[in-house]
Design a protein around this ligand. Structure first.
Ligand code: ABU
Length: 454
């Protein structure tokens, strides 16, 4: 590996330099880009020199998500200690299903799960969780647990009832996909309207549940969102928990984007009532700067997690109690180690450091919102207590500006829409940025937009 590690260091050195000097890689059209490299794999081996050249070229032409000009998706930046943990995980190449092959990493994963459960106020003895390959799959696990909790026979017999999921019109798109995967059907997801701030209108929820029951359907899951993908809005968990309890329906809180507020004294009120939810998902790869993917789901019904996901396999589970064989509560069989990088970060900065990260992201969003409200060419569409700053500039269509910015290698920022209004969605999820970077974004944005015809 010595040679490969040298190549790694050389390429990473180049990457770090170029991230600073040219923060956005000019992509061009896919066909054009793919012609730049010899992408094909062939029968013959390649020399180390040629391999190094092609690897370097690919890396340097890849979108620079850790740069100071990337505001495009709900992740970004590179927390050093988390990256170190990830690199070591790659070297170790373990699979998280058994203690026998994962050793201390089993304890590390359990520690993180227990800590999150404790922070949100789940009872220690009955709670549990796992790492899933992304927020969509964490949400999927909540659907399966809720479904099996409603009717344990489904695990053996399959779905034969019209089961109903309730969520808001602003919920993540995985809810629809997961309804298909779980045998529920996309037509059986009820999308509740949202208020002007993007929060689920819980007033209609009870009526819908009662009507569905009267029509012979089976409401089994309410999916709340803590941080919607566009506005970053938080549903009112307390109210939803009350309805869920009254009607004996599983409540899941999708905190993939905003769930990290649990680390912040200042912002955790946004998930008030979270301890009453049956399950909760959180993506440290979003607000906490941990490399993709790092997603966790925790539940206060560990028994349900085991019932829904355990399956014996004598060729795999050989020795040690199931408490240490994490494959008994996971979605997949072979499972990469997503815990170590988050643990490495947490160890390095402490809970207080993670709190500072969350507070810094909200502060950067305040700086962005303030800029927008103080400059008359802008219209603001998002609200405080969100790390998404949604705006339009001089009424120019947001998609046109965002695409042109990327095509010209200037800035990476995306667009979204809410209630039919399209806008730029600028997200502050890279905590290594400063106020200066936020102001610089707007200045570059204006300079570019004003010098182009849209
Ligand atoms: N869950 C991924 C959302 C991606 C985005 O809105 O940027």
């Amino acid at each position: 590996m010595k040679n490969e590690l040298e190549i790694f260091n050389e390429i990473v050195d180049e990457l770090l330099k170029i991230e600073d000097s040219v923060p956005v890689a000019k992509l061009g059209a896919p066909e054009e880009m793919l012609e730049k490299f010899d992408i094909s794999v062939s029968d013959d081996a390649m020399s180390d020199k040629d391999l190094r050249a092609v690897l370097g070229k690919v890396v340097l032409n890849t979108p620079r998500t850790a740069s100071r000009s990337f505001f495009n998706q709900l992740f970004g930046g590179r927390m050093p200690a988390a990256t170190l943990g990830e690199l070591l995980s790659v070297m170790l190449n373990i699979s998280m299903y058994t203690y026998k092959v994962a050793g201390p990493h089993v304890g590390i994963e359990i520690e993180l799960i227990n800590k999150i459960c404790q922070m949100i106020g789940y009872p220690a003895e009955e709670s549990g969780g796992t790492f899933a390959p992304g927020g969509s799959m964490s949400n999927f696990m909540s659907v399966i647990m809720a479904r099996d909790h409603y009717d344990a026979d489904i695990k053996l017999q399959g779905v034969s009832k019209k089961l109903i999921i309730y969520t808001s019109a602003e919920a993540h798109y995985s809810i629809a996909k997961n309804a298909t995967f779980a045998g529920i059907g996309r037509d059986n997801v009820r999308y509740l309207p949202v208020n002007d701030r993007g929060q689920m209108d819980a007033g209609l929820l009870e009526e819908m549940i009662i009507a569905d029951r009267e029509n012979g359907a089976h409401p089994f899951l309410i999916n709340a969102t803590a941080g919607t993908t566009v506005l970053g809005s938080f549903d009112d968990i307390e109210t939803l928990a009350h309805i869920a309890k009254k009607h004996e329906i599983w409540l899941h809180v999708d905190g993939a984007y905003g769930g990290s507020v649990i680390f912040s004294e200042k912002h955790k009120h946004l998930v008030k009532g979270l301890e009453k939810a049956d399950s909760f998902s959180i993506n440290p790869h979003k607000m906490l700067g941990t490399p993709l993917s790092c997603s966790m789901i925790v539940t206060k019904h560990k028994k349900q997690l085991v019932d829904s996901f355990s399956q014996d396999a004598t060729y795999l589970y050989q020795g040690n109690t199931d408490d240490y064989n994490l494959g008994k509560t996971s979605l997949q069989c072979g499972r990469r180690n997503d815990a170590f990088k988050f643990w490495s970060l947490w160890k390095s900065v402490g809970t207080k450091g993670l709190e500072s990260t969350v507070d810094q992201l909200y502060h950067l969003a305040d700086v962005g919102r303030e800029y927008v409200t103080n400059h008359c060419d802008y219209t603001l569409y998002s609200f405080e207590e969100s790390t998404s700053v949604c705006f339009n500039y001089k009424d120019i269509p947001a998609d046109k500006i965002c695409n042109a910015l990327a095509d010209h290698g200037k800035l990476m920022v995306g667009h979204g829409s809410f209630k039919g209004q399209q806008f730029v969605r600028f997200v502050t999820v890279n905590s290594r940025l400063t106020e200066t970077d936020i102001v610089r974004f707007f200045e570059e944005f204006e300079k570019f937009t004003d010098s182009h015809i849209f």
